[in-house]
Design a protein around this ligand. Structure first.
Ligand code: COA
Length: 416
């Protein structure tokens, strides 16, 4: 069966994580993604944090599956000529170079449009065009700091904290993928391409919108009732870090389970969902709390929520996180074990759903990667190994119409 994006040709001029995460997603769904890399070097992540000598690093293989690799020195005349042909032959070009790099290479948006008016040029930058910081180069944690994630993450008595989740990188790539698919859809109607730009700061902020909500509520009220600081602590005039508090109207916290003294992940997340108070009390063997006016409304519980969490921790003391969830799930309580990466890697459910996939790589051997988090009823996503550097150079050049002699000459001139 053909894949939904089959026939869409994408020039993947991306590196590190934000751009590659976007193009990998499109490759999974059937696009022909040609990764353009500098001869002899390639994407910097091929080399970063290697654990097998002479084999591409997992950082690269986990972000570049299902692609083809073309080496091309786009600063040489021959390289520019090949890139020109590729642009004329493709639907989308994705890039996440530092600001101005594509222009300096001679491929301005105006030039790209003149080569192919149907081209969709999709870019990731740290900050959006016209922003006071638009000239800055940006990596993940820089974006998390600039997008409001760091100032609102962590504990109130500690420093701003970045998240392990790639809010700046992969998240921006996902935003870009949505932009590209939207532009492809519009092109069906207009026949024209367009520029799609996503900044890492904007993408982080898009995921931090509830914190902007909270800033406005704080400005109006002077307190935020769902934060641990309420009602016993102090608020300043900025949204504080809230530890592990639930971000919506349901108080929640990370609670210790049996074995927490030695196992750093012997915890569950427990949510005190307002309308589920009676089942919570039943699960905890505390039926007297069900109708007690000191406990039976969210407002009444507010000033003793940490006493309630302490009580639950006491209940959890003789239960592993998995035993606890098996009890709590019967009472329909929103909760989950805190899973380590080791547990996730070995989780049979994640393997069965194709969320964690084992891939065979010619040099690295078998490795795990994260498969498509998007599941379709009529599309099967098969994750294949990432390409070796330049693995498809000759094949792509031949498809562009170059003869074997011309290809050999390009190799000799080190243009590919
Ligand atoms: N052939 C010849 N030159 C190539 C090339 C190729 N195939 N591919 C890249 N280059 C050149 C670029 O033209 C650029 O040259 P120039 O600076 O002389 O004009 C150079 O390589 C380096 O590009 P740059 O992207 O600035 O690399 P960097 O390693 O200095 O910076 C980032 C890395 C990630 C900080 C930067 O690319 C950036 O800020 N990107 C935008 C935001 C982003 O995506 N961040 C990363 C998230 S994972």
């Amino acid at each position: 069966m053909s894949k939904p994006l089959e026939g869409i040709k994408i020039i993947d001029f991306t590196h590190v994580q934000a751009g590659p995460a976007c193009t990998q997603l499109l490759a999974w769904f059937g696009a022909d993604v040609i990764k353009v890399e500098r001869p002899g070097a390639g994407d910097v992540t091929r080399n970063q944090l290697r654990h097998v000598k002479d084999a591409d690093a997992l950082y690269f293989t986990m972000l570049n599956s299902n692609k083809r690799s073309l080496t091309l020195d786009t600063k040489t005349a021959q390289g520019k000529e090949v890139l020109t042909k590729l642009i004329q032959d493709s639907d989308v070009m994705v890039e996440n170079f530092g600001p101005g790099a594509l222009d300096r290479m001679g491929f301005t948006w105006e030039h790209i449009q003149s080569l192919n008016p149907g081209m969709i040029l999709a870019s990731v930058k740290g900050f959006s065009e016209g922003h006071a910081y638009e000239d800055l180069k940006v990596y993940e944690n820089v974006a998390q700091c600039a997008g409001g994630a760091a100032s609102t993450t962590g504990f109130w008595d500690g420093p701003p904290t970045v998240s392990a989740a790639a809010l700046g990188d992969s998240n921006t790539g996902m935003h870009l993928a949505i932009g590209i698919l939207t532009a492809l859809h519009q092109k069906i109607k207009t026949g024209k391409g367009q520029k799609v730009a996503v900044s890492m700061q904007d993408s982080v902020l898009n995921l931090c919108r509830v914190k902007l909500r909270d800033q406005q509520r704080l400005d109006a009220l002077g307190y935020l009732e769902e934060y641990p600081q309420y009602p016993h602590g102090e608020f300043s005039d900025v949204v504080p870090r809230g530890g592990n508090a639930g971000g919506g109207g349901q108080p929640g916290w990370v609670l210790k389970c049996k074995g927490w003294e030695t196992d750093p992940n012997a915890y569950i997340y427990f949510t005190v969902q307002g309308h589920a108070w009676a089942p919570i009390c039943k699960a905890l063997n505390k039926p007297e709390w069900i109708d007690d006016p000191a406990y039976n409304t969210a407002e009444a519980r507010q000033d003793k929520i940490f006493d309630i969490f302490a009580f639950i921790e006491n209940w959890l003391a003789d239960k592993t996180k998995f035993e606890a969830i098996d009890i709590l799930r019967k009472f329909d309580i929103p909760c989950a074990p805190v899973l380590s990466m080791k547990e996730i890697a070995n989780d049979p459910s994640l393997r069965a759903s194709g969320t964690v996939v084992e891939v065979d790589h010619p040099k690295l051997g078998k490795y795990l990667t994260v498969g498509s988090p998007i599941k379709f009823s009529d599309v099967t996503v098969e994750v294949t190994a990432s390409p070796l550097l330049g693995q498809h150079t000759n094949e792509v050049l031949a498809q562009l119409g170059y003869s074997q002699e011309e290809i050999s000459a390009m190799h000799d001139a080190k243009a590919v």
